[in-house]
Design a protein around this ligand. Structure first.
Ligand SMILES: C[S@@+](CC[C@H](N)C(=O)[O-])C[C@H]1O[C@@H](n2cnc3c(N)ncnc32)[C@H](O)[C@@H]1O
Length: 285
């Protein structure tokens, strides 16, 4: 095990010091703790509940820019639930050695199960509120999944650590596993923030210009066309003349052709799916 948290004052639950996030103070709790307590709670606001050993990692980058502004305005909510609070004994142990031997530690089923029970209180069914474990073994996260999550009332995200979680919790609680990609991180917190960011920006009112989610990469099965802005010439490079021609039809055709070229060159998997869909055929992958 390389990433077991040390018994530092930060993660010793007997004397949990508050963590500062500017105006936010985050400390362990047995119930989901809102990270923006002084903000309006708008009816119907999408909500993310995060089960984590590191609540101090939130809101992290989600507190910045458009997601941060929307969080402050109450357009969405972010609650953390400190897994350490559900730990066993004086030291609030949350992990143990893997059955069958081997390296590392595994998050205990009883500890994680209790945290999930606490986080699930009062929630609608899973079609309205998915329960997700961030895991390299999960289905790759994509724009379609972000759209599905954004159409729900909220989501509960479980951030793993060490070698992961006891399999029985995943089975018993019918937890959906979602991966950020084919690589291994030390914990699920960054993955959770990526999933929340991609989902929240699809919620009404979060982005200033709603059209930007309709034209961006993946929205129509293609990667996005190249973008340009001022200056008109930079280090000897100009902007494609069609973009400054004022001919909107020509601009649209150029952008479409560029999107198709980039997709075919860089993402053969997406290109196959796109051409099959255009031909009215079922997808092969
Ligand atoms: C060191 S990883 C565990 C890896 C696990 N032993 C395996 O080989 O599949 C610790 C935690 O980081 C998170 N994690 C790591 N890589 C991830 C990825 N690509 N997508 C989502 N979560 C990931 C998961 O929550 C995981 O439980």
């Amino acid at each position: 095990m390389t990433d077991t948290p040390k018994n530092t004052p930060e993660n010793t639950p007997d004397t949990p010091p508050p963590r500062s996030h500017g105006r936010l103070a985050v400390s362990p709790s047995l119930t989901p703790r809102p990270l923006m307590q002084d903000r309006p709670r708008l009816a119907g606001a999408w909500e993310a509940r995060v089960i984590t050993l590191f609540p101090g990692a939130f809101p992290g980058v989600l507190g910045e820019s458009l997601t941060g502004k929307a969080l402050a305005e109450g357009l969405w909510r972010l609650d953390t639930l400190d897994l350490r609070s559900f730990g066993i004994g004086k030291h609030r142990n949350v992990d143990d050695t893997p059955a069958g031997g081997g390296a590392g530690m595994v998050l205990r089923a009883d500890v994680l199960g209790a945290a999930i029970d606490a986080a699930s209180q009062g929630l609608p069914d899973r079609t309205r509120w998915p329960l997700v474990y961030l895991s390299p073994r999960g289905r790759p996260f994509d724009q379609a999944t972000a759209r599905r999550f954004a159409a729900c009332d909220g989501i509960t995200l479980i951030c793993g650590r060490f070698e992961g979680v006891d399999e029985r919790v995943l089975e018993a609680c019918e937890i959906e596993e979602v991966s950020l990609g084919d690589f291994v991180m030390t914990g699920g917190e960054i993955a959770a923030q990526a999933v929340i960011d991609a989902t929240v920006r699809l919620r009404p009112g979060v982005l200033g210009n709603a059209a930007s989610t309709e034209e961006e990469s993946f929205s129509n099965g293609l990667l996005e066309h190249p973008q340009y802005t001022r200056p008109a010439e930079w280090r000897g490079r100009g902007i494609p003349a069609v973009l400054t021609s004022g001919d909107h039809g020509a601009v649209d055709r150029w952008r479409r052709a560029q999107a198709e070229r980039l997709t075919a060159e860089r993402r053969p998997d997406l290109w196959r799916a796109f051409t099959a869909q255009q031909a009215g055929k079922p997808r092969e992958d």
